[in-house]
Write a protein that binds this ligand. Structure first.
Ligand code: CA
Length: 231
């Protein structure tokens, strides 16, 4: 896994969790630092630029939400919250405060690292949207190395599955791909993967395309056969 060295600040008062997260990040090549308290984190974030902050909501001196609110007065650094509570209120408040993602404890460190990586990739791509590797296909453009897709001028914010699906469709515009083919191309068809999985991701993908101004819908449903892309 090669990527430029990114600085990640982990703000977490439970040392066992912090150590697991730091270990996972460092073994993927990130430079990770740790703070136990919200105030220390803010002081450090004022002194040094970080690329991403992993922020526990339940800190001893102030809540992660308060840390984020203060942070937003001087920095737009991406934030991923760690939360012990998985309720809707936290989620909404976190989004309002400009959090980029959140994970409910207990979580898998690998999953967290994957989210960190995805978030940093997005941050990098919005900073330099014209970097090499873009292939134009009609109104779409795909950067297969960077695993990102644009519609018009807009970079689509896709999940891993949505990206895989879209990349498969863009490989052969106009061709009808069955759900099985889309799954083979998109991701390992292990475990409980079913046709429904494809349909679900197509649905969310369509919503994102619509939001990006794709009208009419470029993904055609061919009943009983599969999907095709009108690029
Ligand atoms: Ca805590």
């Amino acid at each position: 896994m090669s990527h430029p060295l990114h600085n990640v600040l982990v703000v977490e008062d439970e040392t066992a969790i912090a150590e697991t997260v730091l270990y996972a990040l460092r073994s993927e090549g990130y430079a990770a630092r740790h703070c136990l308290l919200g105030n220390d984190a803010l002081a450090r974030l004022r002194q040094q630029a970080y690329d991403l902050v992993v922020l526990d909501v339940g800190l001893p001196d102030m809540s992660g939400f308060e840390v984020c609110r203060s942070l937003r007065t001087f920095s737009e650094v991406p934030v991923i919250f760690l939360t012990a509570r998985n309720d809707e209120f936290d989620r909404v408040l976190g989004l309002e405060l400009g959090a980029d993602d959140y994970m409910a404890k207990p979580f898998s460190p690998r999953e967290l690292v994957a989210r960190v990586r995805a978030r940093l990739r997005r941050a990098g791509s919005s900073a330099a949207p014209e970097s090499a590797g873009w292939q134009q296909l009609g109104r779409f453009a795909i950067d297969r190395e960077g695993r990102r897709i644009r519609f018009g001028e807009q970079l689509l914010d896709l999940t891993r599955y949505e990206y895989a699906l879209m990349a498969a469709l863009l490989q052969r515009p106009g061709a009808i791909l069955s759900r099985a083919q889309l799954m083979d191309r998109g991701w390992d068809s292990d475990a409980d993967s079913a046709d429904r999985t494809v349909d679900t991701h197509v649905k969310t993908l369509r919503a994102k395309l619509r939001a990006a101004g794709a009208d009419p819908d470029p993904i055609r449903t061919h009943r009983g056969l599969g999907y095709a892309l009108e690029a």
